[in-house]
Design a protein around this ligand. Structure first.
Ligand code: DX5
Ligand code: ZN
Length: 220
């Protein structure tokens, strides 16, 4: 297997010490910072949002992979681009004009991504796949870190990765939810490129070691 890229979800870290978390991630071998935005409507919690991205952008050159779990992304997505997101993923379940959003993200020179809840079929975004840089398949219902991975989503991962191969498409497949060194190898085999890691990184003292463990498991 090809080694998985790992994107730690910083909202699962110490929110009172965000700069320290960024500095630790810079030294950790992480491939990007996954930035979860929650709005209290699409998902129950409110976390960190646009002003935090803006300030994080000023202190690091790490790739900011922003995942917005918000209603009405059509109305707000441009703010995340302006704040400094490098990849912007929104949920298909809440967008009215997803093709337009993707086109505008690309026009801004950023990577466009769409996230799908466990219940959403990948065929719902089939026509969008050629415009996408990344598809995030949620393996938990979004809203919280440290939930149990839902393995019945694996069938969808395989179907999507097969379709990608058969049609010579180029998007990355990202898996978000309950990823650990224990399922990393299975995910890599299914064709996954990048995994988000909340608890699997931030539950540990040594982020570098935690990330290396996931990567090693994925490629072995
Ligand atoms: C779920 C978030 C995830 C989450 C991942 O709502 O989108 O990014 O923080 O956390 P773990 O890896 O602990 O499931
Ligand atoms: Zn996420």
């Amino acid at each position: 297997n090809k080694e998985l890229k790992v994107s730690p979800s910083i909202a699962a870290g110490n929110l009172m010490r965000l700069e320290d978390e960024v500095r630790k991630l810079e030294m950790s071998g992480a491939d990007s910072i996954h930035f979860d935005v929650m709005d209290g409507h699409f998902v129950p919690l409110l976390t960190i949002g646009i002003p935090f991205i803006e300030q994080m952008r000023k202190i690091t050159s790490m790739h900011l992979d922003v995942h917005i779990m918000v209603t009405n992304p059509d109305f707000s997505f441009e703010n995340y681009l302006a704040a400094g997101a490098d990849t912007l993923s929104f949920h298909i379940e809440t967008s009215l004009h997803p093709h337009r959003i993707c086109t505008k993200i690309k026009d801004a020179g950023k990577r466009a991504g769409i996230a799908l809840n466990p219940a959403t079929h990948w065929k719902d975004i089939e026509y969008l796949l050629p415009t996408l840089d990344q598809v995030t398949l949620m393996t938990v219902n979004p809203g919280f870190s440290r939930q149990a991975h839902i393995p019945s989503v694996h069938k969808k991962i395989l179907e999507l990765s097969k379709f990608r191969g058969e049609n010579n498409l180029k998007f990355d497949i990202m898996i978000d939810g309950g990823v650990s060194h224990e399922n990393a190898n299975t995910l890599a085999k299914l064709g996954v490129d990048i995994v988000v890691a909340g608890g699997a990184v931030f539950n540990f003292e040594d982020y570098k070691e935690a990330i290396a463990k996931i990567k090693k498991a994925s490629s072995s």
